[in-house]
Design a protein around this ligand. Structure first.
Ligand code: MN
Length: 374
């Protein structure tokens, strides 16, 4: 493990400033936006538009702030998750060059049910992301746009606005928001058309189905069952777009399923093809190509540690396998990225390693620069 392996990450996160909404929105609106507060060393209170709930979080530690105040830090929220300049130092040490950055507190915006509030919030946040985050290293940082998803026309307008301010990816929940139709419904067609036209990648991060996925199972093995359960929403989102013919109508639309692994893609592709052939009399719409071909060409998938992910490419012909560090989360590779990259790639062909660490990412985000020579 002497040589440094550089990789881009299709799955990373940043932590918004605690007072972000008050920086960028009128106070009456900002007061209604999501906020989180540690109420014990392993419990967090989440408040969204007057509604509150608690959730357990990984153990915390305390540190001293600039004026000596005690700051409660979470083990998965190193200083670089908030401060972009510190973040770049972390990334350089880990060997991550470009990265897609998803929200943290912003993920709770899916609980907002006022279309106007989420519309205004997305507009304000995306301008802030472009001017205050992406601009610090525009050839490396790819923050994902917050999207108002309660009304399709709002989503279309914000997709185009996010592209206008210079962002490159929109972030959609894997589960379509309450009151809207499934992603295979034709009501979403204008959003796919807008994303394709504007060249915006559509990112689905797993674990965003809505509801409390983290507590779906209890009893022996519950932690593992719940963890795996969060994966499936990404697979369904991809399948809905494939089977509804979205990629047939929008061949340039690119979808990224973040954090859900990659070896599911050949498996799901086989299952869809079997259904398409053996149940052809029931299948609507008919497609010009087999489902697996659309899945393989238009859907990209990021993984962190999965031992079988590289084989999805070299053994199963799926070329859109992408590494993701999941910085700075517990499930990710922060602190051991080089070890993981060497374990994954020391014994695979150079072209496979190149494609998974950088090539697939650059296909989605061609503006991102090359990592330094290793
Ligand atoms: Mn992630």
């Amino acid at each position: 493990m002497s040589d440094k392996i550089w990789a881009h990450s299709g799955d990373s996160h940043f932590l918004e400033p605690a007072d972000l909404w008050h920086q960028i929105m009128p106070v009456a609106q900002a007061d209604r936006m999501p906020r989180t507060e540690m109420i014990s060393d392993d419990e967090e209170l989440v408040t969204v538009d007057g509604k509150s709930f608690t959730r357990s979080v990984p153990k915390t530690f305390t540190s001293k702030g600039a004026t000596g105040e005690t700051i409660i830090e979470m083990s998965h929220r190193p200083p670089g998750s908030r401060d972009v300049n510190l973040r770049l130092t972390d990334l350089d040490e880990e060997g991550i060059w470009g990265e897609v950055m998803y929200q943290s507190i912003g993920l709770w915006c899916s609980l907002i049910d006022d279309p106007q509030l989420i519309r205004d919030a997305a507009r304000a946040e995306n301008e802030w992301l472009a001017s205050e985050i992406q601009s610090i290293a525009p050839d490396r940082l790819v923050p994902s746009a917050l999207m108002p998803m309660l009304q399709v026309e709002d989503a279309v307008a914000e997709c185009l606005h996010a592209a206008d301010v210079g962002l490159h990816i929109i972030s959609l929940p894997t589960g379509n928001p309450q009151g809207t139709r499934d992603y295979n419904d034709k009501s979403w067609e204008p959003l796919w058309a807008a994303a394709e036209e504007a060249g915006m990648v559509v990112g689905f991060h797993i674990g965003t189905d809505g509801g409390d996925q983290a507590a779906a199972f209890r009893g022996p093995g519950g932690a593992i069952l719940n963890y795996v359960q969060t994966t499936y929403g990404g697979q369904y989102a991809a399948m809905k777009l494939v089977t509804a013919g979205v990629f047939e109508r929008h061949p340039d639309l690119k979808v990224l399923i973040s954090e859900g692994g990659a070896s599911w893609v050949p498996f799901i592709g086989d299952r869809m093809n079997e259904a398409y052939r053996q149940h052809g009399m029931f299948v609507r719409p008919q497609l010009q190509r087999l489902p697996k071909e659309y899945l393989y060409s238009n859907v990209y998938a990021s993984f962190q540690h999965d031992e079988t992910a590289p084989a999805a490419m070299w053994a199963m012909g799926y070329n859109n396998v992408m590494f993701g560090s999941d910085y700075p989360h517990l499930e990710g590779t922060y602190g051991h990225t080089q070890k993981t990259l060497h374990e994954l790639f020391d014994d695979v062909a150079p072209e496979v390693r190149e494609r998974i660490t950088t090539g697939a990412f650059v296909e989605l985000f061609p503006h991102v620069s090359q990592p330094p020579a290793a």
